[in-house]
Design a protein around this ligand. Structure first.
Ligand SMILES: [Zn+2]
Length: 156
């Protein structure tokens, strides 16, 4: 379990296409997806909000729920996008972490996003497993959209 993969905004980088692409070295397998090691590991703190948030830029908060303005307008905007397109809420994630701690959150995530065919997780950006669904990913027209009919999550 890697706690450094949970970004300040509540994003679980372990579910991100950029992180999964790197983890499975998909470029070597013929799939062109940009690699990312995760928001915290690459020192960006937060890819979404840092440029708009002095507290994040100066590393005054570890997670956005520590902020008196939580959830701020910027976070709410991204949260809405993630709820609409990617079947998760960053604000819900942060509330869960605040209440139950990081270890429990990560355990919960592994169950919620587990691939039905292997012990890995599916990508939140398209619902596919970078371990099992490589061919499907190669032929996917929109890398950052789910197939509407797809129900990959065990407990959506
Ligand atoms: Zn799989």
């Amino acid at each position: 379990m890697r706690e450094d993969l949970i970004a300040p905004c509540g994003m679980d980088c372990a579910l991100c296409s950029g992180y999964l692409a790197l983890k499975y070295r998909v470029k070597e397998k013929g799939l062109k997806v940009p690699y990312c090691m995760g928001c915290r590991p690459r020192g960006k703190q937060c890819a979404f909000l840092k440029k708009r948030c002095a507290l994040l830029a100066d590393e005054k908060v570890v997670f956005c729920y520590e902020c008196s303005e939580f959830p701020c307008e910027n976070l709410k905007r991204i949260d809405k996008r993630y709820q609409t397109l990617y079947r998760m809420s960053l604000v819900d994630n942060l509330n869960f972490i605040n209440k139950n701690g990081l270890a429990q959150f990560i355990a919960h995530q592994r169950t919620k996003w587990q691939c039905p065919d292997c012990s890995e997780v599916v990508c939140c950006h398209n619902g596919l497993c970078f371990n099992c669904n490589l061919e499907e990913l190669k032929h996917k027209k929109k890398m950052y959209r789910w197939d509407e009919k797809k129900q990959t999550q065990k407990n959506p």
